[in-house]
Design a binder for this molecule. Structure first.
Ligand code: ADP
Length: 273
């Protein structure tokens, strides 16, 4: 009887081990598959501006732009495409760094001061736009990597300016919060328990909003929502992927609330410790 229960236990343990092994293998296959897709997408995204640069250079060599004015236009197109490639490469390098080691340069950071800088920069870049900021008087401190977090907040504010029409307003808010329950249409990062003490940053706009079927994918690498004419808008499509990777590396999460026709709100939740 003894040995039968022992055998049973052994078999059960073996079964659990096998299940874990196949689970681990499946996870590895999934992440390899994601990596293959990512490399394919990245190559494709880089090839597009490269093809344009080659085309413009070729045109110039063949004497296709005899007028000085045309030459200037050709050159500035080449410059634009090269800039686009440069931005892509920078974003890709940053994502690769975040994937590899999640290395953050953590310091005691006042989110309010940082947000103040981001808003100031945005107002300088887009003086024609209305950007409101309701920030608390006292600092909200979190352990955070200043440069990385600047990039996240700057990306959210820039998105709220770029992906909305000029007459709309961008609202930036920040506060201390205790995590309650809310129902975002999409989110990324760490699952935080209700009751977690947080620094909360909100970037809201009253633009056209994001349809639910797109909302689920905006944190994906290279995902861009096409405009009415089927064209993707200008950016690299990596901004929100980077934002979610950075926020996750801080142990936080990023949430998206959006009602088509009414606007979009991104919330960044960073645990205080
Ligand atoms: P991009 O470089 O295109 O801005 P992001 O990853 O930052 O890339 O954003 C992905 C897509 O999500 C954008 O291309 C845009 O379609 C959509 N998006 C992001 N922010 C907003 C917003 N505030 N309002 C409407 N659409 C948005």
């Amino acid at each position: 009887y003894e040995s039968r229960t022992e055998t049973g236990r052994l078999a059960a343990a073996l079964n659990t081990m096998l299940a874990r092994l196949s689970e681990a293998r499946r996870e590895r296959e999934l992440s390899e598959q994601r990596l293959r897709h990512f490399v394919a997408d990245a190559s494709h995204e880089l090839r597009t501006p490269l093809t344009s640069i080659r085309g413009f250079a070729e045109l110039y060599r063949q004497g296709g732009a005899p007028e000085t004015d045309d030459v200037a236009r050709l050159m500035s197109r080449i410059e634009q495409e090269a800039q686009r490639m440069g931005a892509l490469v920078e974003d890709l390098l940053l994502l690769a760094r975040l994937d590899r080691q999640r290395s953050l340069d953590l310091g005691d950071l006042d989110v309010i001061a940082l947000l103040g800088e981001v808003v100031h920069d945005a107002r300088v870049r887009a003086p024609e736009r209305e950007i409101t900021a309701s920030l608390p008087e006292r600092p909200v401190r979190v352990p955070a990597d200043r440069n990385r977090l600047w990039q996240v907040l700057n990306n959210l504010v820039t998105n709220a300016l770029v992906h909305t029409s000029p007459e709309t307003t961008v609202h930036v808010r920040a506060s201390y919060e205790t995590l309650g329950s809310g129902e975002p249409v999409a989110s990324a990062g760490v699952d935080l328990p209700v009751g977690t003490r947080l620094a909360l940053v909100e970037v809201a706009d009253d633009g056209a909003g994001i349809e639910p079927e797109h909302a689920a994918r905006v944190f994906d690498r290279f995902y861009r929502v096409a405009d009415g004419r089927g064209r993707a808008t200008g950016g690299t499509g990596l901004g929100l992927a980077i934002a979610s990777a950075v926020v996750e590396a801080h142990g936080g999460r990023i949430e998206l609330f959006s009602t088509p026709g009414e606007g979009t709100t991104f919330r960044v939740l960073l645990p205080l410790t």
